[in-house]
Design a protein around this ligand. Structure first.
Ligand SMILES: NC(=O)C1=CN([C@@H]2O[C@H](COP(=O)(O)OP(=O)(O)OC[C@H]3O[C@@H](n4cnc5c(N)ncnc54)[C@H](OP(=O)(O)O)[C@@H]3O)[C@@H](O)[C@H]2O)C=CC1
Ligand SMILES: O=C1CO[C@H](CO)[C@@H](O)[C@@H]1O
Length: 426
């Protein structure tokens, strides 16, 4: 569809308001510089990216039809197989908003096809895939932006800059939390695959298990085969800005995690309650530091009335920061010395930062190296919870040193008989 027709179509559809500012900016530099991109995964998150997409891709034909209509692409650009996008030399980039088990396999294929990648958080389903994605990004010299959008939010950037400039002294500990009331996913039995869904494509390189309603749309988060639990879902944000504020550019040396299903009686495999501690022993030449992450998925009694937040403890005070746009700075006597509220940010600022990075050659605000360092914590915490004991981690060899069998959980089981999207080297 020509751009003028697309613009009037989108105007007519009333899609512009939430994403205003995106399309004009992409088009401002002229036809030759317009970044052409495809959206892979058209669910809850994917719908934020409908406007401006040159392709949409989803294995559920009903979701695909909605995505095609909203983005204004023709039938040839609404596909169920992501390879059709990667094969098109006119495409510069992809946005990946699939379930977690597809993130790294799709992103690695995209890098190898020379496409720039915006990949939703967590950038991988497991540690090994994150290592391989980082390698693929660097070897193919493409921009890979991790979907932790706080990294492009001016309010958060300013607060973190204050921490790095020493507003509370040397920051030694960050306590992050993800506290909310989630739903019970119940128990279900396998049922026939809905006619409109290509389930083989949906499962992709993961182990093939039968279709089940409470493992599908969004509920896949809570199953080992497809998701990373809420540590990898909402926790991915909290853990990332905790590490960012501490200024840690390393992997942890020790991970302790305790938790389980304390509340829900349902089929989900991941804990609804967890406390995870990551210790950095100072290999980077700095003093030891610690991140504590707390997750309770059955209460709205959040600290400081925020479902997501981080308290940074420094040698000269404390900062509370929430991605919800709240910041408080306390002095050594625990007196509030500064308070700030953030504006509601345009939701696609992080995507704009990605496009700017493609055009300018500058690093994006959540470069995949940062993504790798943050998702490493998610994967190690999940391994500690599954094994039931603490992990000693060698950040040089990137191996668990106190339990060789736990190293098996750094990767995953793939589909029997192989799959075209299984990354090489897993
Ligand atoms: N940064 C943020 O603020 C947010 C990030 N997210 C992240 O976005 C991702 C998606 O979450 P969410 O939208 O809630 O989940 P959904 O289940 O709603 O959407 C995922 C979509 O991906 C589709 N899909 C599955 N396999 C493929 C494939 N091979 N090719 C193309 N599409 C595929 C699914 O198909 P089908 O229609 O058949 O199910 C589904 O439509 C998650 O990783 C999540 O962590 C989510 C919300 C906010
Ligand atoms: O990043 C996210 C923001 O909030 C959503 C609802 O809790 C999450 O599912 C999502 O992954």
């Amino acid at each position: 569809m020509p751009n003028t027709t697309r613009r009037s179509f989108l105007k007519k559809m009333g899609v512009g308001a939430a994403v205003a500012g995106l399309t004009p900016r992409l088009q401002a530099a002229g036809a030759n510089e317009r970044v052409r991109w495809g959206l892979i995964g058209c669910g809850q998150r994917g719908r934020w990216f409908f406007e401006g997409a040159d392709y949409v891709c989803d294995p559920d034909k009903s979701r695909l039809a909605v995505a095609a209509e909203k983005s204004g692409v023709d039938a040839a650009h609404a596909v169920t197989d992501l390879r059709r996008i990667l094969d098109d030399p006119a495409i510069d980039a992809v946005v990946i908003a699939t379930p977690d088990h597809w993130h790294a396999p799709a992103a690695i294929l995209a890098c190898e096809a020379g496409k720039h990648v915006y990949v939703e958080k967590p950038c991988s389903h497991n540690f090994r895939e994150a290592q391989l994605l980082l390698k693929a990004a660097r070897e193919n010299n493409v921009v890979v932006q991790h979907g932790t959008q706080q990294r492009s939010t001016p309010f958060t950037i300013e607060a973190i800059q204050k921490l790095h400039e020493g507003v509370i002294g040397d920051v030694l500990v960050a306590k992050a939390w993800n506290i909310q009331h989630r739903d019970n996913i119940g128990f279900a039995e396998p049922t026939p695959v809905p006619a409109e869904v290509d389930y083989d494509m949906w499962v992709g390189p993961a182990e093939m298990i039968p279709f089940q309603t409470n493992r599908f749309h969004s509920d896949w988060h809570w199953w080992y085969n497809f998701g990373t639990g809420d540590i990898g879902n909402d926790g991915a944000h909290d853990i990332d800005y905790a590490r960012w504020g501490l200024g840690i550019d390393a992997l942890p040396s020790k991970v302790v995690a305790l938790g389980g299903k304390y509340f829900y009686d349902d089929a989900q495999q991941f804990p609804d309650t967890a406390t995870c501690i990551f210790e950095y022993a100072g290999e980077d030449g700095r003093t030891p530091r610690q991140i504590v992450f707390e997750m309770l998925l059955w209460t709205k009694n959040y600290p400081l009335n925020c479902d997501s937040g981080v308290e940074y403890f420094g040698t000269a005070g404390k900062m509370f920061l929430s991605k919800r746009g709240k910041m408080l700075i306390y002095d050594e006597q625990n007196k509030v010395v500064e308070e700030k509220r953030g504006e509601k940010e345009p939701p696609l600022l992080h995507f704009e930062n990605f496009v700017d990075a493609i055009r300018s050659g500058r690093k994006p605000s959540a470069d995949i190296l940062e993504g790798f360092r943050s998702v490493a914590l998610i994967h190690l915490a999940n391994i500690a919870l599954r094994t039931g004991h603490s992990l000693d981690f060698d950040s040089t060899t990137e191996q668990i040193t106190n339990d060789n069998s736990a190293n098996g959980l750094l990767s995953r089981q793939y589909r029997d008989g192989g799959h075209w999207a299984k990354p090489t080297g897993v």
